[in-house]
Design a protein. Sequence first.
Length: 210
Amino acid sequence: MIYDDISAALQKGRRKDVEALIQQAIDDKLPPKDILNKGLLAGMDIVGEKFKNNELYVPDVLVAARAMNAGTALLKPLLAEAGVESIGKVVIGTVLGDLHDIGKNLVKMMMEGKGFEVIDLGVNVSAEQFVQSAIEHDAEIIACSALLTTTMGEMANVVKVATEKGIRDKVTIMIGGAPVNEAFKISVGADIYTPDAASAAEEAAKVVLN
């Protein structure tokens, strides 16, 4: 089946093959939603699982994600026509004072692979920016990343500002990064901590699908 071929090409990061197969599926009048779910997202799920099990590494995931983005670009106008919506919205960024973004980018890719619309605020993001963006986009999740012990305390400010702005009960706050752990999550009052990008995407999906 062509969906399996798309998934396999994506897992190997063969962008041109992914584009050609998706174009073929479109020409064959296959439903855009099925091409996305059974082809691209199914492939990205396997990439996420293998990454979690250390069978794939960061460069492999980046190449697969590039293939995914190329495929999604072909499908986007058709998905919009068909009225296919994302499963939810995530505001993501690296906290104030921290300029590391590899982990954040991986989480973003994995979340997009689950069908989320991800609003990426980049690095050095203030608590106010996280919360304001969540309000503007009506996002269900705020995801904060930190790689430095000196900046991870900023995550507490995100929780605090979300509370002050009255959206704390409407938004799930996820945190992650090398110095962060479950005990820290509890201490700052965040909702979810995950140790890796694939788990982050899985937990995020549970939030909106349950």
